[in-house]
Design a protein around this ligand. Structure first.
Ligand code: GLC
Length: 407
């Protein structure tokens, strides 16, 4: 391993082990409760929309409510919107006055967030949208060249402010470049000067991880709303809402039950990715009760089964219908979603198993190694012991490997 490789591993290791983070979409749109795209979707005139800044003043809000929720959910990091597409920044910007410090709230919410995460031992991610509906240059590049220039200048300066004023930042989570835009990457890169900006970011924050939404691939991929693992060796993170929209949307139907959210977490862990689960707090900063409840349920599940998620790797075999498998050291963890009854069979196992048990119980189960890579697990209870996925932990004599011959 050369020294570049070593320093990359040190920089990326926490991320590859984290598995779960909490995303927060919060801003002026949270007052409206119709999702973070309301300004654009409803063509709300800028002057009218911007008045929301006069009433965005969440007096009794304390960012620790989000940070404690993240901890309770078992998240290892957070990512918070510093400026979304509507252009309103949640930090004190010298460059642009349309921000929470210079309007009604008079607070630097990013500063508060960064401090709270740091105290709680969570890694800190900052979301920043390049595109900005405050500028006509976003909507008609050719016609409003000066405005386009102002918009790109705002992004450059605010990114620099964020990377300079808040100490060590772990993730820069870009968004909104080339969105619904026919331009190719090279042209976008020239317009926004992304390569130079990222170079500067890395100078200011040598350990930062940058996502893939700035025209260059940088450190990690970000499938949105779905799970597509990147090739082994490449970091990736699937971001997902718990309800429908990213920003607060009132009266949403129940789109994702807890079992599905846990299933998604297991899936990303089984393919060496992360899950960045989103909450869209209301304008006053309070978290939707259902979103909070679901996160706490995930946290409870992780408090029993965390060893089968954090730091786990892809398994060299699958479990057919039982559920997905993760591995760590000499162990494989079967995340059972379809309970098999008293006995289960794993196939394609190339290493000898020595014992097995069910996490969160004192139930010891039997293992029988059979020819052709079959592993029979016996003595299971008739019914699944838990409401959500039950994890069977199998111990092997060495790191588990796959058995590829069929007969
Ligand atoms: C999309 C949406 C944006 C949201 C983001 C999260 O890019 O435009 O509203 O913040 O997804 O990944």
């Amino acid at each position: 391993m050369d020294s570049n490789e070593t320093s990359r591993n040190i920089r990326t290791r926490w991320f590859s082990e984290a598995k779960i983070g909490l995303f927060v979409h919060w801003g002026l749109y949270s007052i409206l409760g119709r999702g973070e795209w309301a300004m654009n979707n409803e063509r709300i005139p800028k002057d009218e929309y911007n008045k929301l800044a006069d009433i965005f003043n969440p007096d009794s809000f304390n960012v620790n409510t989000w940070v404690s929720l993240a901890k309770e959910a078992g998240a290892k990091y957070m990512v918070m919107t510093a400026k979304h597409h509507d252009g309103f920044a949640l930090f004190n910007s010298k460059f642009d006055d349309f921000n929470s410090y210079k309007t009604a709230a008079r607070r630097d919410f990013i500063g508060e967030y960064v401090d709270a995460c740091r105290k709680a031992g969570l890694k800190i991610g900052i979301y920043y949208s390049w595109m900005d509906w405050q500028f006509l240059g976003y909507f008609a590049r050719e016609k409003y060249k000066d405005s386009l220039k102002e918009m790109t200048e705002k992004a450059k300066c605010q990114i620099e402010e964020l990377m300079t004023n808040y100490g060590d930042i772990d993730i820069l989570w870009y968004d909104g470049i080339g969105f619904r835009d026919p331009l190719d990457k090279d042209t976008l890169e020239k317009i926004w000067n992304t390569r130079e900006i990222n170079k500067n970011v890395r100078k200011l924050q040598p350990n930062i991880l940058i996502n893939d939404r700035s025209t260059t691939k940088e450190d990690f991929d970000t499938p949105e709303g779905y799970i597509i693992p990147s090739a082994p060796g490449r970091l990736w993170e699937s971001c997902m809402t718990i309800g429908g929209a990213w920003g607060y949307a009132a009266n949403s139907i129940d789109m994702k039950p807890v079992a599905l959210l846990i299933q998604n977490l297991i899936t990303v862990a089984a393919y060496e990715g992360n899950l960045l689960l989103n909450i869209g707090p209301k304008g006053d900063g309070s978290v939707d009760e259902e979103e909070a409840r679901k996160l706490k349920e995930i946290g409870k599940w992780l408090s029993i089964n965390g060893e089968a998620i954090y730091g786990c790797k892809r398994a060299p075999f699958t479990s057919s219908h039982l559920g997905l498998v993760t591995v760590k050291d000499n162990y494989a963890y079967i995340h059972v979603s379809s309970w098999p009854g008293k006995q289960a069979c794993l196939a394609g196992v190339g290493t000898e198993a020595v014992s097995a048990r069910i996490l969160g119980t004192d139930i010891e189960v039997g293992v029988a190694n059979k020819p052709n890579g079959r592993l029979i697990i016996t003595g299971l209870p008739e019914k699944a012991p838990f409401k959500y996925h039950t994890v069977i932990k199998v111990e092997f004599i060495d790191n588990p490997t796959g058995h590829t011959e069929i007969f």
